[in-house]
Design a protein around this ligand. Structure first.
Ligand code: SF4
Length: 702
């Protein structure tokens, strides 16, 4: 490894630059990269402890393991035997049950090259669109929002717009904990410019909300009503951009009629806030010169997630705050490469380079590029559908890459039973700490961060190259190598790449002439000049920080579209006398996803040593619970037992659980997703992790 290796943090979608060095004992350590445009030398608690994850390999999967039947334990095997078996089983299942009987479930942690190869393999060669990603669980509603508003999944904004804006609406996100470096930039901007306004919409008083000028502590699920009411106030006060609406949008009349029918008084009642709070929010937005909305899971993870996105995006359109410095709608991606996955079509409903599976011309273009007869027009199973298909016996084999669904899926006990019913389960991952590993018939050891090369795209469309610095432990190999070797065992041509760069080159050529053109951006520029924001339409192009500056959108009419929310009602199962409280789940500051990496760093456990239930003092009193009591939380789907934290930071009739803990790291009753249900948004197919009816009581040992 070079004395200093420049790379990118592998946790969240902020995409901070990291310098990796080695100490006298040959162990790596990390520092924030002061020259990186995203973080300017800063790192959050997770990023600054990344080296502990790399240096401690005690949990790593070191060699392939296989079992011939479920009644036998897995045993060590070699790569050839493992992949021969995988190919033989996949061929046999496809022969008997057809290509749609197999599927891949991948991850926003995957590098772009890995995502690309997994898609090419599945959609092009296995002839099924059964490939979906855990990003389905966090941002697919935002994809729908962007596509229907701008014509493509195009995030128009840059982090550098933060310092140019004077009003922020942060909706369903707690960037102070979950996108910390981005939030540090916002804090600094506010310190330097006390007049800027920050509005946070969240049922919890988070650190982000505490920093805000205005906290709208709404009842979960009422976001659409709130944003329509804000639209109404802007309309009434004539604080809308008529010129932009007239020249550059369509669908305004229908939207105007909808918001005109929204009474502020009624909206305030539905949302559980005051009319003045709605007016204040609208007046801050109306007075601003640069308005940015930021949102994450609180908006997306909902049965009306697409609607929530539409209603928020409409506020940017009505005020004309798109394509201008310091303005625009900015969805914050959770995972480090959720955006890269979207670019290569890493979801059941997408094709590479923002092409649509439902479009026959697009399918032909992609098939021609890959040199295959056709891409199946049949939509693949999305994340929750994949597990339902396993349960029904329609899906026989599943290949899980770099994700831990047995902690992260909604209604996880059901997902666990579904996985047990699969005929063949392949798990390709780095750590034995994943609950999912236990169910693998074939376990494949993958190389992790720093142990392989590739690219990622962060929330602001910034592509970074991640170099290999150290060797993977044991017999672990890069994910692309595993997938390509499997493809060759299946007899598929077109997977004999000499290097990862060859894969990148192939994908980047596919982008030529499209709205995400990176065909002129090679590994050489990424290595020598650093990261770039797409599109990069010629060899010397510096990248594109901001989209739609010409106000020409990617729709057929080149106009942005007001999408009238099809429902303001949260269609999830409502609380009743048996389950009177609303559970919302989320992340905590120092842990990442299912803790397979952050969970092994002891200093990251001090903040939250165990999962706790946040409950308001009024509800705690009604439920006869004191701070620190072990509580039993029940929903129609399952049970969780954790200690209570009685706090007025959460509104009455709402409780909160962190989503990170699984059975393996705690116990059977610590998984928040024992409680959630798998009802999904009809357009985005994203599940609702923010609205589950539950009961809470003090737990008494039988
Ligand atoms: Fe890593 Fe995200 Fe923290 Fe940056 S903010 S150091 S990308 S976890």
């Amino acid at each position: 490894m070079a004395d200093v290796l420049k790379t990118t943090c592998s946790y969240c979608g902020v995409g901070c630059g990291i310098k990796v060095k080695k100490d006298a004992r040959n162990r790596v350590y990390v520092e924030g990269d002061p020259d990186h445009p995203v973080n300017r030398g800063m790192l959050c608690s997770k990023g600054m402890n990344l080296h502990h994850v790399v240096n401690n390999t005690s949990d790593r999967i070191l060699y392939p393991e296989m079992r011939w039947s479920r009644s036998h334990p897995r045993e060590r095997t070699d790569w050839d035997t493992a992949l021969d078996r995988a190919a033989a089983v996949f061929k046999s299942i496809i022969k008997r049950h057809g290509p749609d009987s197999v599927g891949f479930y991948i991850s926003g942690q995957c590098l772009t090259e890995e995502y690309y190869i997994a898609n090419k393999l599945t959609k092009g060669f296995l002839k099924t669109n059964n490939i979906d990603t855990n990003s389905r669980l966090c941002m697919s509603s935002a994809v729908i929002g962007y596509k229907k508003t701008f014509g493509e999944d195009s995030v128009p904004v840059s982090y550098d717009d933060i310092e140019l804006a004077d009003c922020f609406l942060i909706a369903g996100a707690n960037p102070a904990w979950c996108h910390p470096i981005l939030f540090r930039r916002l804090e600094k901007h506010k310190e330097n410019n006390p007049h800027i306004k920050i509005i946070v919409v969240d049922p919890r008083k988070t650190d982000s909300a505490n920093f805000a000028d205005l906290h709208l502590q709404i009842i979960p699920g009422t976001d659409v009503v709130l944003y329509n009411a804000i639209g109404r106030r802007l309309l009434d006060r004539k604080q809308i951009d008529h010129d932009f609406i007239k020249k550059h949008t369509e669908g305004f009349e229908k939207y105007r009629d909808l918001i005109k029918s929204t009474s502020l008084k009624n909206a305030a009642k539905i949302c559980g806030i005051t009319v003045d709070e709605i007016k204040d929010a609208a007046d801050m937005i109306g007075a601003s010169q640069g308005f940015i909305t930021m949102w994450a899971m609180g908006l997306n993870q909902s049965v009306i997630g697409s609607n929530k996105n539409f209603s928020l995006l409409n506020l940017s359109l009505i005020t004309g705050h798109v394509g201008k410095p310091g303005s625009g709608p900015f969805s914050l991606t959770g995972q480090p490469n959720a955006m890269g996955g979207r670019e290569v079509g890493g979801m059941a409903s997408l094709l590479a380079v923002h092409k649509d599976l439902g479009n026959p011309e697009h399918r032909k273009e992609v098939a021609d590029f890959w040199g295959v007869d056709e891409i199946s027009p049949k939509p693949g199973y999305t994340a929750t559908e994949m597990f339902e298909a396993l349960e029904k016996g329609k899906l026989k084999a599943i290949w899980i890459v770099c994700t831990n669904p047995l902690v992260s899926m909604p209604d996880v006990c059901r997902a666990e039973k579904a996985l047990q019913q699969a005929k063949f389960v392949v798990v390709q991952d780095i750590s034995h700490r994943s609950d999912t590993v236990k169910h693998a018939d074939l376990l494949l050891p993958a190389a992790g961060w720093l142990e392989k090369e590739g690219t990622m795209t962060n929330s602001e469309r910034r592509i970074s190259y991640l170099p290999k610095g150290i060797n993977a432990p044991g017999e672990a190999i890069p994910d692309v190598e595993i997938l390509c070797r499997f493809a060759r065992k299946m007899g598929f041509r077109g997977f004999d790449y000499a290097t990862t760069e060859d894969i990148y080159r192939e994908y980047s050529q596919m982008t030529k002439g499209t709205n995400i053109d990176i065909s002129y951006l090679g590994y050489d520029r990424l290595k020598n000049e650093g990261s770039f924001q797409w599109p990069i339409p010629d060899y010397r192009h510096p990248g594109t920080p901001r989209l739609f500056t010409d106000r020409k959108f990617h729709t057929p009419s080149q106009k942005a579209v007001f999408n009238t929310p099809y429902s303001t009602e949260n269609a999830s199962i409502k609380p009743d006398s048996n389950y009177p409280l609303i559970l919302t789940t989320g992340r905590i500051r120092d842990q990442w996803h299912t803790m397979t990496r952050t969970g092994k760093v002891s200093r990251l456990k001090t903040h939250y040593p165990e999962p706790v239930l946040e409950i308001n003092p009024v509800d705690a009193y009604i439920c006869k619970i004191k701070d620190g009591d072990v509580t039993e939380i029940k929903s129609r789907n399952g049970t969780v037992r954790v200690r209570a934290r009685v706090t007025d930071s959460i509104r009455e009739q709402v409780v909160f659980l962190p989503m990170h803990w699984g059975k393996q790291l705690q116990n059977d009753h610590s998984r928040a997703n024992n409680l959630t249900n798998n009802i999904v948004d009809p357009l985005s197919k994203e599940p609702d992790f923010k609205y589950t009816a539950v009961s809470v009581s003090r737990y008494q040992k039988p």
